[in-house]
Design a protein around this ligand. Structure first.
Ligand SMILES: NC(=O)c1ccc[n+]([C@@H]2O[C@H](COP(=O)([O-])OP(=O)(O)OC[C@H]3O[C@@H](n4cnc5c(N)ncnc54)[C@H](O)[C@@H]3O)[C@@H](O)[C@H]2O)c1
Ligand SMILES: O=C(O)[C@H](O)[C@H](O)COP(=O)(O)O
Length: 375
């Protein structure tokens, strides 16, 4: 029988792969070269560095699957050289990221007693998570702009702003790029002292992509001298050990869980199964939704004049961002605490799990676009 080593924090591996292979579950950060002797398939999350050291004793490895969108933990060139097939799960948790960003902005707007509607948002990176963010924020009536020079070069007509213009003009900046160190538009420390100083002094800055995209030391200095700015950080340079002094200056602080909906996690594992099935002659998987055995929140009856404050309350029925933020401040400041919060993360659903029932007929397209189900 085939042998699989899989990260212990990847749900639904037994349900999907169990009938085809023996599965050994290991903590992602401590998978070692010796663990891969006589192993055919390695299934990882973002915390396992798949590099020459890890593959040193991998004598039989044919496939590496990562149930993530990001691929920066994988030495792709090495896998190609070694003839090992690999895949990530593009877009698997993008909806969760978009909904996280919207929830975080609603929270800050409520605290500041301001409206999101008509604010200008710059979305940096117009791929899956950037597009999911656009979907939620434009539903709220925010004016969204995209910067993505790579997609622009491919003729993507949605790209409508330069980075410099965004820095000067946007009230909110939300980052959705991969972490890259090379190529024409590397993103490592894309936000540095110079870039920070070009932003509006009261900008709301969101990072839910990779910590290293923002120079965290420069960010702390800038934030201290910009009291009207606001920060939403889900990802941290150096995580799982975060820059402790930075945390108190962050308005919404979470331990890299923006994409952690049950739907997103199920899609991640399911997409890897679907990728492997034809290569292995395995049957197609059941629908990923059938894997999620969680009850939906009770449906809610709504009135036509739904305010942002009421929307904030509805969103928090599905996803309790305050809980993530509170737990992070208590337990997330050590590497063990940070990883522990991710391992034991609350059972979060996507907005579609909540059905809204109308008290009478009115235009609900924006609520559908935001993500809710309309009953
Ligand atoms: N916090 C989380 O839980 C979480 C969840 C999912 C993904 N992520 C991170 O977010 C990243 C983006 O995810 P995605 O699904 O949108 O990926 P994607 O590949 O669909 O889109 C990324 C986009 O960024 C663009 N890009 C690359 N370099 C750029 C640059 N210098 N300036 C502007 N645009 C640039 C690319 O052209 C691409 O369109 C992932 O690589 C991952 O690291 C984090
Ligand atoms: O790249 C991704 O998909 C996300 O960052 C992912 O949610 C990270 O979570 P992890 O794989 O570390 O559990």
């Amino acid at each position: 029988m085939m042998q699989i080593v899989a990260d212990e924090n990847m749900p639904y591996v037994d349900e999907l792969f169990g009938q085809h292979a023996n599965i050994r579950r290991l903590p992602g950060r401590t998978i070692q070269s010796n663990d891969l002797v006589d192993v055919d398939i390695l299934l990882v999350r973002s915390v396992t560095k798949v590099n020459a050291e890890l593959l040193h004793h991998a004598n039989r490895l044919k496939f590496v699957g990562s149930a993530t969108i990001g691929l920066d933990h994988i030495d792709e060139a090495l896998l190609r050289t070694r003839g090992i097939n690999y895949s990530n799960a593009p877009g698997c948790n993008a909806t969760g990221v978009g909904q996280y960003v919207a929830t975080a902005l609603l929270k800050i707007a409520s605290q500041e007693n301001v409206y999101l509607k008509n604010k200008r948002v710059g979305i940096i990176g117009a791929g899956n998570t950037g597009s999911a963010t656009f979907q939620c924020l434009s539903a709220l009536g925010m004016h969204c702009y995209f910067y993505d020079p790579l997609l622009e070069a491919k003729g993507d007509k949605r790209i409508n702003a330069s980075f410099e213009w965004m820095l000067e003009n946007c009230d909110v900046l939300s980052f959705h790029v991969p972490l890259t160190h090379a190529g024409p538009f590397p993103t490592h420390h894309m936000v540095n002292e110079r870039v920070l100083s070009a932003m509006k002094p009261d900008v709301w800055l969101v990072n839910a992509c990779r910590g290293g995209v923002i120079d965290n030391k420069a960010l702390l200095e800038w934030r201290k001298s910009h009291p009207n700015s606001r920060l939403v950080l889900d990802v941290w340079e150096g995580e799982p050990q975060v820059h402790k002094n930075l945390v108190e200056w962050v308005d919404v602080a979470t331990p890299h869980i923006a994409g952690y909906s049950m739907e997103g996690k199920a899609r991640g594992t399911w997409m890897l199964y679907q990728w492997l099935a034809p290569l292995m002659n395995w049957p197609e998987a059941i629908d990923y939704k059938a894997l999620i055995q969680l009850p939906n929140p009770p449906s809610q009856t709504i009135e036509s004049r739904l305010t942002e404050e009421q929307l904030n309350a509805l969103a928090s029925l599905v996803y309790d961002l305050n809980l993530d933020d509170e737990l992070f401040r208590k337990e997330g400041l050590t590497a063990e605490g940070f990883d522990g919060l991710r391992k034991n993360h609350q059972l979060r659903r996507e907005f579609s799990a909540l059905t809204l029932v109308l008290d009478r007929q009115f235009d609900v397209n924006w609520l559908k676009q935001f993500g809710f189900t309309i009953g």
